[in-house]
Design a binder for this molecule. Structure first.
Ligand SMILES: [Fe+2]
Ligand SMILES: [Fe+2]
Length: 253
């Protein structure tokens, strides 16, 4: 048994103990267990309830997470759900300094919201989908494209394959076929340069001493992000459930 398994087993045991003592039972979505390399069955809620009749599976807010307003805005997600967003804020400031359009500043500000708040793999596709109903098509297109274009240099704008990728993925890393196929589709698109600009202003080795506040972008968000009045997650849009998944990530059903 390696350390990872031991750690994960310990976490599960703790979770089960908590569930037996607390009045709620945590059952993780399969995706989280798979990400732990765990193919085992989910926590048996019925067995826990048999030991602790007061326990209920979590169907409401998660007491371990910060409470969210009833009608959450994009800014609320930055505050209460996305992790440290220094990378996004620094990228967006970089875009402002370069004189990019409001839409492109917003694209830089949101380009990695999936890695900060949702799912890492294919984060450009997820991130674009999350905001699709609320922004101009160019913003979504660019965020989806940055997922792909970041792997391809473009001398015309001085973009090189990031050194940090060589270190992180190894010098022999090759992209998956679907990424290459998307690159071929994207390289001649009318918004190619919008996607490319995200990669140019993506801060690959960001400076931990530079502090950028979200308030710097309140106006851009106000101008370019169509905040639904019912709140993100409750506007009956095709992506509302994805925002709700971030509000209540451990909801049982
Ligand atoms: Fe990214
Ligand atoms: Fe990024």
């Amino acid at each position: 048994m390696n350390d990872q398994t031991t750690l994960s087993d310990r976490a599960d045991a703790l979770e089960e103990k908590m569930s037996q003592e607390l009045d709620y039972i945590l059952v993780k979505s399969r995706l989280y267990s798979l990400a732990e390399g765990d193919m085992g069955p989910a926590v048996n809620a019925t067995a826990i309830m048999a030991k602790n009749p007061n326990a209920r599976v979590l169907m409401g807010d998660d007491p371990r997470l910060p409470a969210m307003p009833k009608e959450p805005t994009l800014v609320d997600f930055f505050k209460y759900r996305f992790g440290p967003a220094a990378h996004l804020l620094q990228s967006a400031r970089h875009a402002v300094k370069a004189g990019l359009s409001d839409n492109m500043v917003l694209a830089c500000l949101l380009h990695d919201i999936s890695t900060t708040g949702f799912i890492r793999g294919d984060h450009g596709y997820w991130g674009a989908q999350l905001i699709e109903p609320y922004v101009d098509e160019e913003v979504t297109w660019a965020i989806r494209a940055h997922q792909v274009l970041r792997f391809y240099p473009d001398e015309s704008v001085g973009y090189e394959y990031p050194q940090s990728y060589i270190k992180a993925f190894g010098a022999d890393y090759r992209v998956d076929d679907y990424v290459e196929q998307d690159y071929q589709r994207m390289r001649n698109h009318k918004w190619y340069m919008s996607g490319r600009m995200i990669t140019v202003h993506d801060i690959y080795s960001f400076d931990p001493t530079v502090k950028v506040e979200l308030e710097e972008f309140t106006d851009v968000i106000g101008r370019c992000f169509k905040q639904p009045s019912q709140g993100l997650g409750f506007d009956n849009s095709p992506v509302a459930h994805m925002w709700r998944a971030m509000i209540r990530p451990a909801k049982y059903l």
